[in-house]
Ligand binder design. Structure first.
Ligand code: PEP
Ligand code: MG
Length: 604
């Protein structure tokens, strides 16, 4: 078989087709000094460019609403917000006036700084928002400098689209009927192009190193968006293999979607909750499409990514209430801000830290910024009057922080009572189990919290000392590490001893190879990106609890990642279709593989 080039699986599915390489026109911004009397006309020109850009985005929103629904509309809503952001608009006008420089140069300087600030973020979601800013940059400059207009050729026949990166506007300009797959050098699972590809049902692979240099328009390419691999100029055997996988995948997809309204219950009747992780109101569309039972994690900090300051109580209340009402009658677990770390700072004066993940982050920020915490707690409590709300505190390290958080909550409750404002007096209060210290104290914490939610994204990085965003040590970031399984088991057992339920809202909840182990250990709730729900539900509905328990018991006996993976594979085989199970989690790579860096592997 051919050499496979590996990237990041961004949207599942298979395709084989002719390559169409997307190339952008170059965009040169030349600095020009203005005479003072030219300033008003230059500002008019800039405002006209913004107006034209806004009309284009609104037109795109309308078009995309017909093909993609709310999700696509929401993406372009973000572009409209950038086009109105005072940091962009007012600062550009001010810059033109003060420096007597043309608006294209000033605007380009401001927006490029914004873009670069985000693209260096360790968090993938934040880094991907840089692509939205780039999209807006090109759109506005398209009206200010020659050669900048976004121009994409009409596709004549179905093709595999290859680009360095794809902005949402470029994705929206392409006729989905003519796109077999997307392959990009940049981007990741949370880039908007990936989100759009998933909602259009188009396979996509991101992060494929130097693919725009290697592929030419007209070459043939086979794409596997499920495992994130592509084959350039595949031979007959590879083509046949991909075509057969495509048929299996299509069948599996049809089967999975049929499960949408069925419960996540094992063959012998043990039911678990499957809920969704949500970052913005636009995620609610997928929550409904994939049949989630409520929201297992609302990451509130993501609602305000593009805000310079956190919003006031009323604004937060309106946002939380909107999501609570949309999810009703199912419940929403609202997590208080997880600020700091690799996420947004607290205002412009946020300190730069040597080890942000070990620094002033999450509950540590909330407990020291008491006004900020009080405001958010009041807003969350007020939203609890409109549906079923549970409250979740992030990054709790021990009993002191849980007690302090609950005291702050009581102060917020008391202030609402005094004002006669309605809220749920019995609001359940849970904590994220994402620090090894919390796991070690699980029994004591379970006595004082109503529920526990395992945050494996952080638990793994803190337990294995592996920065979750550092690709050089990514090979060490292993969900199926025996040390992780043992901690999870200890947390579940401790919680159950005290009659508490335990969920998991880290990415591990969406790992098909972990599903049977977690069900077998007794995990009560799984919360994940909505599009992963059908796969996990299928596995749960295909096994008995006894089988899952045997899988967990065997996995817990293993002392290496490889051993655990082997057990998980053996039990999971056939539950989802071998295709997916085999591909999603290869046996762990070694550090030697990780440092190789060219992304090429010989397929067996
Ligand atoms: C986690 O750490 O697993 C988690 C769900 O929280 P976040 O990814 O927001 O840190
Ligand atoms: Mg976390």
């Amino acid at each position: 078989m051919d050499r496979m080039i590996s990237g990041i699986p961004a949207s599942p599915g298979f395709a084989v087709g002719e390559v169409h390489l997307l190339e952008r026109g170059s965009l040169t911004v030349e600095e020009r000094a203005l005479d003072p009397d030219e300033v008003p006309a230059e500002i008019d020109r800039f405002e006209l460019a913004l107006g034209l850009a806004r009309s284009e985005v609104k037109a795109l929103q309308k078009r995309i609403a017909q093909t993609m629904g709310e999700e696509g509309v929401g993406i372009f809503g973000v572009h409209l917000m950038i086009l109105q952001d005072p940091m962009v608009v007012e600062e550009t006008i001010k810059g033109v006036r003060e420096t007597l420089t043309n608006s294209a140069t000033v605007f380009n300087g401001i927006i490029t700084r914004m873009r670069d600030g985000l693209s260096n973020a360790a968090d993938e979601y934040l880094a991907q928002r840089a692509i939205d800013i780039e999209d807006v940059r090109r759109r506005v400059l398209g009206h200010l400098v020659p050669g900048g207009r976004l121009f994409l050729k009409q596709l004549q026949r179905p093709v595999v689209v290859i680009a360095r990166e794809l902005t949402p506007s470029e994705t929206a300009h392409l006729d989905p009927e003519k796109v077999l797959a997307f392959v990009t050098e940049a981007g990741g699972r949370t880039s908007h192009a990936a989100i759009m590809a998933r909602s259009l049902g188009v396979p996509a692979v991101a992060g494929v190193s130097r693919i725009t240099e290697r592929a030419r328009t007209g070459s043939l390419m086979a794409v596997d968006g499920t495992s994130g691999q592509v084959a350039l100029n595949p031979d007959e055997r590879t083509i046949k293999f991909f075509e057969s996988q495509k048929a299996v995948f299509a069948e599996l997809e049809r089967e999975l979607l049929k499960l949408k309204n069925l419960p996540a219950v094992t063959l012998d009747g043990r039911e678990v909750e499957l809920s969704a992780n949500v970052e913005t109101p636009m995620d609610m569309e997928s929550v409904i499409r994939y049949g989630a039972r409520g929201i297992g994690l609302l990451r509130t900090e993501y609602l305000y990514l593009d805000h310079e300051e956190l919003p006031c109580e009323d604004e937060q209340y309106a946002d939380y209430r909107d999501i609570v009402e949309k999810a009703s009658p199912d419940s929403v677990i609202i997590r208080t801000f997880d600020l700091g770390g690799d996420k947004i700072g607290v205002g412009p004066e946020s300190p730069l830290e040597g080890n942000p993940f070990l620094g002033w982050r999450a509950i540590r920020v909330s407990l020291s910024e008491t006004d900020l915490f009080h405001t958010q707690l009041r807003a969350i409590l007020r939203s609890s009057a409109h549906g079923s709300v549970k409250l979740l505190f992030p990054m709790i390290s021990g009993l002191e922080e849980l007690r302090q958080s609950k005291e702050a909550l009581e102060r917020a409750c008391e202030s609402l009572r005094e004002e006669g404002i309605a809220f749920d007096e019995d609001i359940p209060v849970g904590i994220m189990m994402e620090l090894p210290s919390a796991c070690a104290m699980a029994d004591s914490l379970a006595l004082e919290a109503d529920f526990l939610s395992l945050g494996t994204n952080d638990l793994i990085q803190y337990s294995l000392a592996v920065d979750r965003g550092n690709p050089r040590v990514a090979y060490l970031y292993q969900e199926l590490h025996p040390a992780i399984l043992r901690q999870i088991k200890a947390v579940i057992d401790a919680a159950h001893q005290h009659g508490r339920w335990v969920g998991m809202c880290g990415e591990m909840a969406a790992n098909p190879l972990a599903t049977m182990i977690l069900v077998g250990m007794g995990l009560d709730e799984f919360s994940m990106n909505p599009d992963s729900l059908p796969e996990i539900k299928k596995i749960i509905r295909s096994c008995t609890h006894a089988e899952a328990k045997a899988c967990a018991d065997e996995a817990l006996q293993e002392t290496t990642i490889e051993g655990v993976t082997r057990v998980a594979r053996r039990y999971t085989k056939g539950k989802l279709g071998d295709l997916i199970t085999e591909m999603l989690e290869p046996v762990p790579a070694s550090s030697a593989d990780a440092s190789d860096g060219n992304g090429e592997i010989e397929n067996a």
